[in-house]
Design a binder for this molecule. Structure first.
Ligand SMILES: [Ca+2]
Length: 277
């Protein structure tokens, strides 16, 4: 059974309008990333916390009760334009100057994501083996935002570009690992080869790769983002290996990975991977 999207059409639409209207406002950070989780995660999250975050972010979005699902992000930190104290794993995305040799950008061993190579190009509005995160977004936002592009340096095949063209959160794509590919309590490395440009203009534009978990009933929960750099200037970079480590919650059975469009610029992706540690 694939993740159900039909139930989130309305919510997605609301989130979309808010996201587009919000432009580069940080509040958009609390909308699109958690949209699909709002149905299944609602029972385990606190409305009070979500409301607090919405008000703190300056934009009220009642369709987004799941921001409280992010244990490492507080409302204050999320709406801040300064340093990002909530991130304790930022080291995972640095050090590329020494580890970014061309070979390391290419196909890692043991990838749980079946279509992570992104070599198969587009299949409709999403990369082959992937799906649009918020159905309806592509049509609403217009333009071609996700398309096949070249591979990371030294790699074969191709990659995928998510080009916001100035429109935040229009639109993102996602894929889910096979059934029972995740073991609760085990550690995983989330990884992608990426290049970013046009995103140093806003501190909130650091978020390019997201992760959620699925339980045995295909219920989504969690909201993990790539670590936020201390300086927004670091939101732009040449090809590098973006990676950070997570411990799967006890009830996690699968993992969803999505290429975000939460930025005004352009991000090129290749070899999106989840690696057992
Ligand atoms: Ca590739």
């Amino acid at each position: 059974m694939r993740p159900q999207h039909s139930n989130i059409g309305l919510i997605g639409g609301v989130a979309l309008l808010a996201a587009c209207a919000g432009g580069s406002d940080d509040s958009a950070a609390t909308i699109d990333p958690t949209g699909p989780t709002s149905i299944t995660a609602a029972a385990t999250t606190t409305e009070a916390s979500a409301a607090s975050e919405s008000s703190a972010a300056g934009t009220t979005t009642t369709s987004d009760p799941t921001t409280s699902d992010t244990p490492t992000t507080t409302s204050a930190a999320d709406s801040s334009t300064s340093a990002a104290p909530e991130t304790s794993t930022s080291a995972g995305s640095t050090g590329d100057a020494t580890t970014g040799a061309p070979a390391s950008l290419c196909a890692p061993q043991g990838n749980l994501i079946e279509h992570g190579s992104l070599d198969e190009g587009m299949d409709g509005q999403a990369p082959a083996g992937w799906e649009v995160r918020q159905p309806g977004q592509p049509e609403t936002c217009g333009g071609v935002h996700v398309f096949a592009s070249g591979p990371a340096p030294g790699c074969d095949g191709g990659g995928i570009t998510v080009d916001a063209q100035g429109q935040w959160d229009c639109y993102a794509v996602q894929t889910v690992s096979p059934y029972n590919s995740i073991t609760g309590g085990a550690s995983y490395r989330i990884q992608a080869s990426v290049r970013s440009e046009g995103n140093a203009v806003n501190p909130a534009a650091w978020f390019v790769l997201g992760v959620q978990w699925l339980d045995e009933n295909d219920g989504f929960f969690g909201d993990e983002k790539n670590p936020k750099p201390l300086d927004s200037a670091d939101n732009d970079y040449d090809w590098k290996l973006l990676e950070w480590d997570l411990v799967a919650p006890p009830n996690a059975r699968r993992i969803l990975v999505w290429m975000s469009a939460h930025y005004p610029g352009k991000v090129e992706f290749d070899h999106v991977a989840v690696l057992p540690l």
